[in-house]
Design a protein around this ligand. Structure first.
Ligand code: Z5A
Length: 206
C-alpha cells in the first residue's frame, strides 16, 4: 500500500465539509491520485445504511443497532473502496472513519470502548488512517453554524448539547492518546486561517 489514508473528524458544524474541498484541491494540485469518500456511506450499500442511520424516526434505535450498522457500512466501505484504492497506490480522503464511532457511539452513547475496539479489530484487521485531521470547535459554535445553514436536522443533530460535549471530549482524549496520527485543527478560526493550519500539516506528507 503506497497511498496515504487521511480521515477528517469533528463534531457537527466543525467545518469538515467546507475544508474537505480545500484538502482535495491541495492534494490534487500536488499530483496525488485521490479518492474522496465519506462515512457512513461511500458505497451503494453504505449509502443505504447511511439513510437508515440519519433519518429521524418515531421510535429510538437501540445503541447496539446503531453501532453495528456503522461497522456494517464501514466493512463494505473498506472492502469496496478504501483497500482497493490504497492497493492501487491512490490516496484516500474520508469524511469520518472509526474515530467517529469511538466518539459518537462510545463517548456520545456510552458504549464500552473495548467492545468498539473488538469489533474494529474483527472487521478492519488493523486498518487505520495514516493521518486524522480533527476539526475542533466548541459545541455551541458548531451548533450555531449548523443552525445558520438552515437545513433540516438529521437523527444525530436532534441530540442535546451534552451529547456533543461528550463527543468532543472523547475526540480530544483520543488526540491526546495518539498525537502522531491525530492532529487537532482549531476550527473556530476563519476559513483562511484553517487552510493555513492544514497546509502546515499536509506539506510534509507530500
Ligand atoms: N456518525 C456516527 O455516529 N458514528 C460513526 O462511526 C460515523 C458517523 C462514521 C454523519 O454526518 C453523522 O453520522 C454524524 C456522526 C454520525 N452526525 N452528526 N452530527 P456527517 O458527517 O455527514 O455530517 P455532520 O458531522 O453533521 O457534518 P456537518 O453538520 O455537515 O458539519 P461539517 O461538515 O463539519 O460542517 P460544514 O458543513 O463544513 O460547515 C457548517 C456551516 O458552517 C456551513 O454553513 C459553513 O459554511 C460554515 N462554516 C464552515 N467553516 C466555517 C468557519 N471556519 N467559520 C465560519 N463558518 C464556517
Amino acid at each position: 500500500m503506497n497511498g496515504k489514508f487521511i480521515s477528517i473528524e469533528g463534531i457537527e458544524g466543525a467545518g469538515k465539509s467546507t475544508q474537505l474541498a480545500f484538502i482535495e484541491r491541495y492534494l490534487k494540485e500536488n499530483g496525488k491520485q485521490l479518492v474522496v469518500t465519506r462515512e457512513p456511506g461511500g458505497t451503494e450499500l453504505g449509502e443505504q445504511i447511511r439513510t437508515l442511520l440519519l433519518t429521524p424516526t418515531k421510535t429510538s434505535m437501540a445503541v447496539d443497532t446503531e453501532l453495528l450498522l456503522m461497522f456494517a457500512a464501514r466493512s463494505e466501505h473498506v472492502a469496496q473502496v478504501i483497500k482497493p484504492a490504497l492497493e492501487n497506490g491512490n490516496w484516500v480522503l474520508s469524511d469520518r472513519f472509526t474515530d467517529a464511532t469511538f466518539a459518537y457511539q462510545g463517548g456520545g452513547r456510552g458504549i464500552d470502548r473495548q467492545r468498539i475496539a473488538d469489533i474494529a479489530d474483527w472487521t478492519l484487521h488493523g486498518l487505520q488512517p495514516d493521518l486524522t485531521l480533527l476539526f475542533d470547535v466548541p459545541v455551541e459554535v458548531g451548533q450555531q453554524r449548523v443552525l445558520s445553514r438552515n437545513q433540516g436536522v438529521d437523527r444525530f443533530e436532534q441530540e442535546k448539547v451534552e451529547f456533543f460535549q461528550r463527543i468532543r471530549d472523547c475526540y480530544l482524549q483520543r488526540a491526546q492518546q495518539e498525537p502522531e496520527r491525530i492532529k487537532i485543527i482549531d476550527a473556530s478560526q476563519s476559513i483562511a486561517q484553517i487552510e493555513a493550519q492544514l497546509t502546515l500539516i499536509l506539506k510534509p506528507l507530500l
